[in-house]
Design a binder for this molecule. Structure first.
Ligand SMILES: CC(C)(COP(=O)(O)OP(=O)(O)OC[C@H]1O[C@@H](n2cnc3c(N)ncnc32)[C@H](O)[C@@H]1OP(=O)(O)O)[C@@H](O)C(=O)NCCC(=O)NCCS
Length: 193
């Protein structure tokens, strides 16, 4: 009885220590994509992603063999081990390198993953002392947001004669050329484009 009475007069703060602690807030799950150089085990995931966009006409298809051969030129973005984005570098000449096969899964577009991929590619290109990156694309606002500028397709004859001959739109191309210079030459592009 005495103990009960005593408990009844304890300050509120003392009661708190006898109560079950409040449940911790439920953590909100927001997966963070990681971007890294691809390895041979990534080939099947890259094939799935690229060829999904190729079916829609957004990208040219790439075979598993071609991807595997150039795997050191690919970056991927993954979430929980699932490849949700990819991009690759294709060297035409020492001075002219294309950004190609850029894709981000529909469900995670608009979250900065494409930009992270292109930033990783730019950092890699700088390390390799590549002076100029270009792309032929319909995603012009995206590339402008990544620092590229508009240029003329006629600057890229190797590209035109290589890939474009296989494209059904070869004579009605609706892509725009964009370029990014990675060398500082008094404001000029590496190739004087
Ligand atoms: C293009 C693509 C890769 C963009 O990927 P994403 O992850 O959705 O793009 P991000 O979220 O990283 O966007 C980066 C910037 O580009 C801008 N952007 C992206 N798509 C845009 C669009 N359609 N119109 C205007 N701005 C756009 C974003 O607003 C953002 O700008 P900010 O950095 O100033 O905020 C993606 O839409 C895609 O896979 N498209 C289909 C395949 C394709 O067309 N690939 C390009 C072939 S060259």
């Amino acid at each position: 009885m005495f103990e009960l009475d005593q408990a009844a007069t304890l300050p509120v703060s003392n009661y708190a220590s006898h109560l079950t602690p409040a449940p911790a807030p439920i953590p909100t799950y927001s997966p963070t994509p990681s971007v890294r150089l691809a390895t041979p085990t990534d080939v099947p995931g890259i094939v799935l992603l690229v060829n999904e966009f190729a079916r829609r006409g957004d990208l040219l298809p790439r075979s598993p063999q071609a991807i595997a051969q150039g795997i050191g030129n690919w970056f991927i973005a993954e979430i929980d081990g699932v490849i949700v984005g990819c991009v690759s570098l294709l060297r035409y000449t020492s001075g002219l390198v294309e950004v190609r096969s850029l894709a981000v899964s529909d469900s995670v577009q608009g979250q900065g993953i494409g930009k992270k991929l292109v930033q990783a590619l730019i950092a890699e290109a700088r390390q390799r002392q590549i002076p100029t990156l270009f792309a032929l694309t319909r995603a012009v606002p995206f590339f402008l947001a990544c620092g590229f500028t508009l240029t003329d397709k006629s600057h890229f004859p190797e590209k035109v004669w290589h890939d474009c001959q296989q494209c059904p739109l070869v004579n009605n191309c609706d892509e725009t050329a964009v370029v990014l210079s990675l060398v500082e030459r008094h404001g000029e592009h590496g190739l004087n484009l």
